[in-house]
Design a protein around this ligand. Structure first.
Ligand SMILES: O=C(O)c1ccccc1NCC(=O)[C@H](O)[C@H](O)COP(=O)(O)O
Length: 264
């Protein structure tokens, strides 16, 4: 069993007791807050340069402990000061050391300051109840990992996200997964450069898959991006945005690395 399958099996167990039917009106209640949360899609599309989704990632199965981080807001403030366009906040606890409060504490502070940047709830989504939690925690977007889900599960997640006014980032790693994401009318598709069976990263996945995206889709390159050269490589093949965790979490000078990415 590869790591993604193991994580999805665990996630299904973890959420089992929270699963219940989610009514459309519960989700739709959050749609009116969408302008306050900020649009994830627009934050990726707006800059003429490469956009950066900065990830708050305490630990991971591939890297182990990444950073001994206090409250997530400290890292969010660092990213915001460095000019990050959006945040990705890992809320899975068992494998990544995150929690939903890592997301809500950040969005609450931004809301109070009226100075927000859109946040992705980075978790292993299976059921609309997790989308409702994401909206309650102030997220602007959710992650849909194509390989881990049936078409029916993806449709249900997407419908819930649309009702709540959240964007959906579809994550793929192959041509077949790209076809399945496109069939869902995905507006944002991310190529995960990490092979979740071997834990190796290879930017060639972005180079192969992004040129095959339909023109209207916003392309994101995810994982294994460490420096300006890596960012330039994926920009050259059509990435509009990059999603970076470990490199930014460990950067001795976050603002410099962010500037390198923006100028790639
Ligand atoms: O990062 C892992 O080890 C991992 C293992 C299993 C499933 C998902 C995993 N990572 C999630 C991600 O997509 C990355 O956190 C994200 O793309 C950033 O990657 P990086 O810049 O390489 O930290």
């Amino acid at each position: 069993m590869d790591k993604l399958t193991e994580i999805m099996n665990w996630k299904a167990q973890e959420i089992a007791e929270r699963i219940r039917p989610v009514a459309d009106h519960e989700l739709a209640a959050f749609a009116q807050e969408a302008p306050i949360r900020g649009s994830f899609l627009q934050a990726l599309k707006a800059p003429p340069r490469l956009a950066v989704i900065s990830e708050i990632k305490r630990r991971s199965p591939s890297a182990g402990q990444i950073k001994d981080l206090g409250p997530s807001i400290e890292q969010a403030d660092t990213y915001l000061a460095a000019g990050g366009d959006c945040l990705s906040i890992l809320t899975d606890n068992k494998y990544f050391g995150g929690e939903l409060n890592d997301l809500s504490s950040v969005t609450e502070k931004f809301k109070a300051q009226k100075n927000g940047i859109p946040c992705l709830r980075k978790d292993f989504m299976i059921h609309p109840v997790q989308v409702l939690e994401a909206a309650q925690a102030g997220a602007s977007a959710i992650l849909i990992i194509v390989r881990a889900l049936t078409d029916q599960q993806m449709t249900a997640l997407r419908k819930a996200a649309d009702l709540a006014g959240l964007d959906s980032l579809y994550e793929i790693h192959s041509e077949h997964e790209l076809e399945r994401a496109v069939a869902q009318d995905a507006k944002i598709i991310g190529v995960n450069n990490r092979d979740l069976a071997k834990f190796t990263t290879d930017l060639a996945f972005s180079e192969r898959l992004i040129p095959q995206f339909p023109e209207h889709v916003v392309a994101v390159s995810e994982s294994g991006i460490w420096n300006k050269e890596d960012a330039a490589r994926v920009r050259a093949c059509g990435a509009k945005a990059i999603l970076v965790g470990e490199a930014l979490m460990k950067a001795p000078d976050t603002a410099q690395l962010m500037a390198d990415f923006h100028n790639a």
